[in-house]
Ligand binder design. Structure first.
Ligand code: GLC
Length: 496
């Protein structure tokens, strides 16, 4: 057991900034461990070493005790190593272990999907079985026994059941508690029933009462069932997955069985990276007292996107995966009407092919108002946050979302749908008492979306009111400190 003060946490994840990122999980996996360590706890991270991670740059080195370990995946004997480095933060450095196996990770630059076929790698089951098993070897070989293993998403979700079966005889693992954080219940790690044999789990789990769901191996379901505690990345999302079938992606009953162990802790943002006063990636830094400098960013943004700079016309920014869940089916349906409004719209992101095509066409059709960059570019993301007047996130559901928080601190007013983390971090503006931080629409319908954008445009014309709104948002504190303290309380609660 840990002393009352300092906890040992092993944080297992499939992506971490700055090493590798496809989504918000990578940001959380970097910021939260750092903050926990700043608070005096001992944290170590485990992540796969994908081919895209630069060994030299990050000084990833061998650990003799963790070299050439072996395990079985089905009948296959797999050799791997855990190599070590540090996640260097501004105040602390966090020990990080890279799971190194050429076949499963080293030879691939992409994380989960085959870049050529555009589909999930066929052996994702084997890859993340290996990640799960390696965690036990790591603890055993190092003799560093965590109080809590903090798991993230389906890729790590077999760990609790491994602890309770294959590894249950080892004394070292006995008192470890597991917390599974669900960043997106839509991603479950579903494989055919035949994959069960690869897990090496006892046959009595090879059914829907065990780790199968609807007769398929389902990693996330296994995690939901066997983790000691579960959390999601916002309070509202934790409630929605219990109630709304479409949001729970079929796992509503599973999650309801664990309702008393389910918590919602909203993510924070990294205020060293996302801070308009210090951001080196934007055209001109600005703050509450130098708001006019934001306009320089607006001008730069227009130029980058090849749009005419018209300071009086509001620019709406979007940065997102281009997929239905993020609201792109709704956006597509409403696009013509949006383009009829007196605005400019800039979009950064990649995603489903149909949306690439749609936006490429739209860029030609509405060349004066709309421009997009269908790729990923971190510098451009910062400039969009800094240079836009408004930021649109019409998500169908959103476990937490980070861009709405970045927007607020950059004085860029979010227009969001009332769901998950968006509902928890943006307060709808009320013209009567002038309270609120953004614009929130309820129904996933064109009418609601358009009317809400119109409300924002109207207020934008009232310079004073708009400036007040900007300043209110810029003052909100989204730092990780609060969230990480909530995690600490939760860890303590679990190990009690
Ligand atoms: C997932 C969710 C997103 C959340 C992020 C980090 O990407 O879709 O809403 O912000 O994880 O928790």
């Amino acid at each position: 057991m840990a002393s009352a003060k300092s906890l040992k946490v092993l944080f297992v994840t499939s992506e971490v900034v700055p090493f590798v990122k496809t989504g918000g999980l990578a940001d959380v996996s970097s910021a939260l461990p750092q903050k926990l360590q700043e608070l005096g706890h001992q944290v170590r991270i485990v992540v796969p070493k994908y081919g895209s991670i630069d060994e030299r740059k990050y000084k990833i080195h061998e650990v003799v005790r963790l070299k050439d370990l072996t395990t079985k995946i089905g009948k296959k004997e797999v050799t791997y190593s855990l190599r070590s480095s540090f996640l260097i933060g501004s105040k602390v450095r966090v020990q990080i272990y890279f799971l190194d196996n050429e076949e499963y990770f080293g030879s691939r630059h992409s994380l989960y999907t085959d870049p050529i076929k555009g589909t999930n790698y066929k052996d994702n089951d084997e890859r993340f079985i290996l990640l799960s098993k390696s965690v036990f070897e790591l603890i055993d070989k190092l003799g560093w026994v965590p109080d809590v293993i903090h798991l993230n998403d389906w890729q790590t979700s077999l760990i609790p059941i491994y602890q309770k079966t294959l590894y249950k005889e080892n004394e070292k693992f006995k008192n470890i508690k597991t917390l599974l954080t669900v960043h997106n219940i839509g991603q479950q790690g579903i494989f055919s029933k035949t994959s069960f044999a690869k897990t090496g789990l006892p046959e009595n789990l090879n059914n829907n009462k065990g780790v199968l769901f609807k007769d398929k191996l389902n990693f996330l379901k296994a995690g939901l069932k066997f983790a000691d505690t579960i959390s999601t990345v916002s309070e509202s999302y934790s409630k929605e997955i219990c109630k709304i079938p479409e949001i729970s992606y079929g796992l509503k009953d599973e999650i309801n069985c664990r309702k008393k162990d389910l918590y919602g802790i909203v993510n924070g943002i990294d205020t060293l990276i996302w801070n308009p006063e210090k951001d080196k990636k934007i055209a001109k830094k600005f703050s509450l007292t130098s708001l006019k400098n934001k306009l320089v960013n607006k001008e730069e943004l227009a130029e980058k996107f090849g749009l005419d700079f018209e300071p009086e016309i509001p620019t709406i920014g979007m940065i997102s995966h281009l997929e239905d869940n993020k609201g792109f089916d709704l956006l597509k349906k409403s696009f013509k009407e949006i383009m009829a409004l007196d605005i400019k719209l800039v979009l950064l992101g990649t995603g489903e092919k149909k949306y690439h095509k749609f936006f490429e066409d739209a860029e030609m059709k509405y060349s004066e108002k709309f421009a997009c960059y269908l790729g990923f570019d971190d510098d451009l993301a910062h400039l969009i946050e800094a240079g836009s007047d408004m930021f649109l996130m019409p998500s169908k559901y959103e476990p937490c979302g980070l861009n709405q928080m970045y927007s607020l601190v950059y004085g860029t007013i979010p227009i969001v749908r009332n769901t998950g983390g968006l509902a928890d971090t943006v307060v709808n503006y009320n013209p009567k008492d002038k309270k609120g931080t953004g614009f929130v629409f309820k129904k996933y319908e064109s009418k609601d979306l358009i009317n809400t954008i119109k409300k924002a445009i109207t207020l934008y014309k009232d310079k004073k009111a708009w400036e007040r709104l900007m300043k209110t948002g810029m003052k909100v504190n989204f730092s990780w400190l609060n969230s990480s303290k909530n995690y600490v309380s939760l860890y303590k609660n679990i190990i009690k």
